[in-house]
Design a protein around this ligand. Sequence first.
Ligand SMILES: C[S@@+](CC[C@H](N)C(=O)[O-])C[C@H]1O[C@@H](n2cnc3c(N)ncnc32)[C@H](O)[C@@H]1O
Length: 199
Amino acid sequence: MTLPAHWDDRYENNPASKLSWHQERSPEVDFVAESVGKGTPIIDIGGGLSPFVDQLVDLEFTNLTVLDISAFALSEGKRRIESNQVEWICADIRQWQPERMYGLWHDRAVFHFLTDPEDQRRYWELAAETLVPGGMLMLGCFSENGPDTCSGLPVTRHSIADLIEAAGTDFEVIETRTENHVTPRGGIQEFAWLYAQRL
Ligand SMILES: C[S@@+](CC[C@H](N)C(=O)[O-])C[C@H]1O[C@@H](n2cnc3c(N)ncnc32)[C@H](O)[C@@H]1O
């Protein structure tokens, strides 16, 4: 099965509330609301069915983009939100070539699927190229204590120290934290979060 087909299948054949990464609410939105203006171009990388963009629409953010490899998840998002404030991009982050810059890059549970070190290196390069100077990066992935698979796929786990090192000299670290995500089945998944600002 191809990667887009894998993700379409996950979203098409499972209730959203049963997906292991499901959240009713994205707590990161509080940081967004405090940190950037409502017109800031914001992109949610691998947004899937996340409530992140819904919450920002509700808060009257006006320049939103969701990128995902699953055309099915994006079509659900379009149906759900019905807002012309959101652009939907169907792409594999590993091959995506942005046509504009953004002021905030949000990624929850996508970077850890990049298991090839070259894809990881390119991801950081892409984030740095795509963010305006002063732009914010918010990245959450399985920590070194997290699971070694997600959605039936292998992942690479990253400690906070790994993320800080990968962010390198292009970013200034603003905040780091770990978070225990409770899955719909009651399991615990430890995430490592890095918030950083593009220099
Ligand atoms: C574990 S889910 C997380 C979804 C969402 N960020 C959330 O927190 O609810 C991973 C998401 O990344 C997308 N995805 C996986 N690999 C991707 C890739 N190479 N490029 C773009 N999106 C990808 C999947 O379709 C899925 O929506």
